[in-house]
Structures are given as C-alpha cells and as structure tokens.
Design a protein around this ligand. Sequence first.
Ligand code: NAD
Length: 327
Amino acid sequence: MTIVVTGGAGFIGGHLCRRLVGEGHQVVAIDNFDPFYPRAMKEEGIEDLPREQFTLVEADVCNTGTVLQALHGRSVDAIVHLAAKAGVRPSIETPRAYQRVNVGGTQSMIEVAERLEVGAFLFGSSSSVYGNSDTFPFSEEDSVGRPISPYAATKRSGELLAHTFHHLRGATVHCLRFFTVYGPWQRPDLAIHKFARQLLTGQPITMYGDGTTSRDYTYVDDIASGLMKSLRRATSLEAPEYEIINLGGSETTQLKDLISGIAGAMGIEPDVKRLPEQPGDLERTCADISKARALLEYEPETSIEEGLHSFAEWVTTYYEDRPVLEV
Ligand code: NAD
C-alpha cells in the first residue's frame, strides 16, 4: 500500500514510518520541520529509512496545493495525519498558531484526501480532549465539550472536521486519542525527556505541583502497533466507519513515581524542585482501552518500568556525543 504520514519526521510519525517500511509499504512523509524542536533530531530519527520505500516531502500541511503537487501521480491508500503543533503549555501562549496548523492543516489534509479519493483517514488526536473529566477512566463515550487548553480545543475540532469528511464522502475515519507517549526520540518538551536532560546535566528536576498528578503513559511502540492495526482495519472494511479510539498504556503513574522511575533507570539520584501547577495541564489521565481491544485487538505490551529503561538507554547514548538540549 501507499501511505501518507503527515508529521512523518516527528516522534510518533518517525516510529510509524519505520513500521510501515518494515512491513513493505510505500511511505510518503510530509513534514515542514516546525522549529518547536531541532530539525537535526527529526532527521536523525528517519535518516536510515530506505529511499526506495520512503519519500520525505518538506511541506506545510496547510498548503493544500503543494501537498497535492507532491502526491501527483500516486495512488494513496490511506493518510495518517499526525502533523500538528503539539504541547499544551505553548498553546496558551500562541493559540492562533495552533489553530492554523491543527484546525486549518487538518481541513487542508481532508481536502487532499477528497481530491485523491483516499478511503481511509487516521487522525492523531489526544487525551487532552477529555479536560478535567470527572468520570474515570476516560471513555470515548464521555462528553468532551469542555477543553481546558487551546491545544485540546484544536484536537477536538480536528475530530469534528474528520467526521464531516466521513459523513459527506463515505471515507473511513479513525480518530486515535493518544495518551502521553514516550520512548526513544521523544519530543524534548515532554516531561520524561526534560527530566532526563536535567539529570544528565546535574540540574534539579522541576516538578509542577506536589507530584500526585497522574498520567497514563504509553510506550511509542504500542502506539505504533495501535496505528498499524487501525490502518489495517480502515483499509480493509467494506462499509465506511467513523470511530474515536483511545490508545493508552492502561496503567497510571504519579508524577513523583515517574521521577524516581526515570532517575532509577538512569542511575542518577534526583534533586527535585517543586514549582506551582501549570494552567492547562490535566490533573490525571487514564484510558479506557476496551474499545481499542475490541475493534483493533490493541494490547499495550510495554510496562512503565521497561519503557523507562529503554528510554534511559536511548537518551544516554543520544547525548553521549551531542550537546544536551537546554531545558
Ligand atoms: P512531533 O512534534 O514530534 O511531531 C509532529 C510533526 O509535525 C513534527 O515533525 C513537525 O515538524 C510536524 N509539523 C508541525 N506543523 C506542521 C505543518 N504545518 N506542516 C507539516 N508538518 C508539520 O509530535 P509527536 O509527539 O510525534 O505528535 C504527533 C501527533 O500526535 C500530534 O498530532 C500530536 O498532537 C499527537 N499527540 C501526541 C502525544 C504525545 O504524547 N507525544 C499525545 C497525544 C497526541
């Protein structure tokens, strides 16, 4: 099959492209190397993918014409739309930039899918759409009308736009709600990667709040497996469907335990500095993954202990011969 992966040079996108190539597919990654974190890290994550199967197009997903031109002459089986401005906290500072890329860019990729008559569209959504929901664990049936950050609002908007595409064009759409993803090549703004750099450089670990906030952390290989399963289903169905599906790790970890876990995995004693809680951050997340299990036979396989060890190994090696990115 030929699969287009937007944000294909990013953290999750890079892992997905590797899996797709490994299974023999043709992959076109579309990425504009948004300067949110260094281009070099993105390039290094995908540099060994074979050019016969993997094409990287440097383009902005908001630019429908450029994307269509790049895909001219290809028959595309599915689009996995992961390109986005990610991160809750910076979205509070620059909400319009988030709206342009996450809402405008999603509409643009839907138009690309329409023009190329692509029958399967996967959208990378987020657990942030649940806001501070009081039902626990978070289920796809929960009401999600009260986002608490611009980022969350743009992700929910993407899901709604994708529904209109399904309804009007009869395409299959899966909106996958990822729960805090970590692993090798993780985005440097995310907590685990940030803590690792603080540990490597002997700085105190900055902990927002009292450490009792909790997250459902999902290892990136499990997310890639979930995406592969969703793709398989979306490209093989007779009748189109629209589904929102949680992809989580199915265990929750408190921030203070995460800090001791990553420090333990790296063999460094942490010095923790407590800071006030951040506006826009959720208090806790936990995925109900029964729908993913039933529809996709999704089953997260990596425990937080195993995942933190793999991450620690990667991060230590990665910064061995490179300057450690500033925190
Ligand atoms: P990432 O920043 O590593 O990847 C996103 C990629 O999109 C980047 O390579 C960036 O250059 C690219 N991009 C940004 N704007 C673009 C544009 N206008 N045109 C083309 N490319 C553009 O982030 P990630 O963590 O891999 O996240 C991937 C997706 O998953 C995002 O949609 C994100 O919102 C979602 N998500 C991630 C997490 C997580 O924990 N990492 C959790 C929930 C949802």
